[in-house]
Design a protein around this ligand. Sequence first.
Ligand SMILES: Cc1ncc(C[n+]2csc(CCOP(=O)(O)OP(=O)(O)O)c2C)c(N)n1
Ligand code: SF4
Ligand SMILES: [Mg+2]
Length: 322
Amino acid sequence: MALKPSDFKVADVYADWCPGCGDFGIMNGLQMAFAELGLQPHQIVLVSGIGCSGKEPHNVKCYGVHTLHGRTLPFSLGIKAANPNLEVVAIGGDGDGLGIGAGHFVNAGRRDLDMTYIIHNNGVYGLTKGQASPTLRREQKTKALPRPNINEPVNPIGLALIAGFTFAARSYAYDVRHLKDTIVKAVQHKGMAFVEVLQPCPTYNDITTKDWYAGEDRKDVDGKPQTRLYKLEETQGWNPIVKDWNEDWNKKIMALQKTQEWGDRIPIGVFYKNELEPTFQERYAKRIPFYMEKPPAKQKLADNAGNSHVDLSQFLDELKTS
Ligand SMILES: Cc1ncc(C[n+]2csc(CCOP(=O)(O)OP(=O)(O)O)c2C)c(N)n1
Ligand code: SF4
Ligand SMILES: [Mg+2]
């Protein structure tokens, strides 16, 4: 039976984000996307790290893991490798994924499992009271900082492209329809998909606010705000899909150049997509032909009497002699 977005709501949990937080929009985007994809809750695992963003799995009805700070990706890669038939979505903050978890981010691209990773980009460490995250721009002084940030920001989409993610997109927490469409595309993509979500944090980030994205500070002569966000999908000539390896680097460079647009015009949408690369699952199934039908999660660990199928005798002998 096809489910509705409301079927992915968790009735008895109170979402305790601050009023106006972009995390609510991301929660709605996930629920709408899962419904549109025709998924059932038992087919999905949402894996988060620590941060305000880490509470997404509390509020979306599916399997959820709220794991350690920065370890969102290793947990989810393990789940996907053990049970490739699950739809695995990793989700977390910009501190979680681009600070403490940055090494995992790079290696996730290299492995190219068929799953999705979503980062909430709010420019701050929201949960720990607003310190600068790796995406905060140099010279910006959000309200919890005593002085402006002296560090250059990480370019999340740029890093994803160079690391080997085969899909990279950006969306906005309060354009929930666009966000839903982007998550749908990311989940449908064959390979490791990355989605950066611009997420206002009204409590600690007083620079990239909802009003700033909406262009409330730059009204036209009629007093109408000039939104900063524009959609790549509606941009004439924009085609991020790699159909031939010969065009791969050009498409990557085109996408990297687009990531440089910031300020008055900020692109959202799909920056890059390549399905020519064989995924981890495809490469692994070549080595172990029964991998997809009988992955580790579906193999018996013990017989009916509880005796383990795993023979540890050689390992124990090695321990004795070492
Ligand atoms: C190993 C470890 N180091 C530090 C922390 C403290 N800590 C908790 S959340 C967090 C940062 C959260 O920022 P972000 O990942 O951007 O998520 P947000 O709250 O902004 O959604 C930090 C540093 C921790 N929990 N564990
Ligand atoms: S601190 Fe910021 S990111 Fe965290 S819940 Fe509040 S508004 Fe959202
Ligand atoms: Mg953050």
